[in-house]
Design a binder for this molecule. Structure first.
Ligand SMILES: Cc1cc2nc3c(=O)[nH]c(=O)nc-3n(C[C@H](O)[C@H](O)[C@H](O)COP(=O)(O)OP(=O)(O)OC[C@H]3O[C@@H](n4cnc5c(N)ncnc54)[C@H](O)[C@@H]3O)c2cc1C
Length: 244
């Protein structure tokens, strides 16, 4: 297939996520017992509880709910960055069990950085040819190593580049998501993880708006935290978040 682009789906999330968080908040800040809590919290009061928690910084309460995403069309470079988030859970397509041998003229799936695409057709052609060469190297090593499945692929994959596509299922709780959005939706983050983070933020807002109110880079809910490295585009960033 060759070129791919980042695609994110929200596969599942905690059922009634905002109500669970509001129930936990009600338990903390009222004398209600579990029987009362179990009856739930009315929709109109859920947002009030969540807002209070976030403003107080009582963020452990939003850890009770989690969101699971399917992500594809991303590079191994994205994988290296995403997996630095220690409170997330990952299942990643294996380069060891899933071989990448392709017929002549075909290549493994890969990501092209937009800045390389912006250089024009010739630059893209050169990049595509480089991917073809890497594919030939990969096929060559699989042949020489005896095409024995995982024990072959685990070594042949060493010649595959950072651009090679990976797919993953990723789960984060709402607290970790808000943290992830604060640093990865920021213009200081690298373009690919930033693109995925904004797609994730949109999906979160569509399914649990109150929980992700003001989520995004620091400048969305307050001041920019990037100091001298600030992009100085707070207005633009706030508008983008406001439209989600
Ligand atoms: C713009 C940008 C540039 C970067 N550049 C580099 C780079 O050059 N080199 C590099 O190596 N990395 C780099 N990183 C990655 C960065 O250092 C973090 O590893 C990554 O962003 C994960 O963030 P985190 O540790 O805050 O989050 P998570 O692992 O998601 O953890 C969430 C929060 O939990 C708490 N926490 C988690 N684990 C611990 C712990 N062991 N002890 C105490 N508190 C903990 C912290 O409060 C943390 O913020 C960069 C990230 C960004 C956004």
């Amino acid at each position: 297939m060759g070129k791919v682009i980042p695609k994110v789906e929200l596969l599942r999330h905690t059922y009634n996520a905002e109500e669970i968080v509001a129930m936990a908040a009600k338990l903390c800040y009222s004398d209600a017992d579990i029987e009362t809590i179990q009856k739930g919290v009315e929709k109109k009061d859920q947002g009030k509880y969540i807002k209070m928690l976030v403003e107080m910084g009582h963020m452990s309460v939003i850890e009770h709910v989690s969101f699971t995403f399917g992500i594809e069309g991303v590079s191994r470079s994205f994988l290296a960055q995403a997996t630095r988030h220690r409170l997330a859970s990952f299942s990643v397509k294996s380069q060891r069990y899933v071989g990448q041998v392709k017929a002549a003229g075909e290549t493994f799936n890969y990501v092209i950085p937009p800045q390389i695409e912006a250089l024009g057709k010739e630059a893209v052609k050169e990049y595509e040819n480089q991917m073809k060469t890497l594919q030939q190297w990969y096929n060559g090593w699989v042949d020489r190593l005896g095409d024995a499945g995982e024990s072959t692929y685990e070594d042949a994959r060493f010649v595959l580049p950072n651009s090679a596509e990976t797919k993953m299922i990723l789960t984060m709780n709402a607290r970790e998501l808000r943290h992830f959005f604060s640093i990865r939706c920021c213009n200081r983050a690298q373009w690919e993880i930033r693109d995925v983070a904004w797609q994730m933020l949109k999906l979160c807002k569509e399914s649990a708006r109150e929980l992700f109110e003001n989520a995004g880079p620091g400048c969305v809910g307050g001041k920019c935290t990037e100091g001298s490295k600030s992009c100085m585009k707070q207005k633009e960033v706030r508008e983008r978040a406001g439209k989600l």
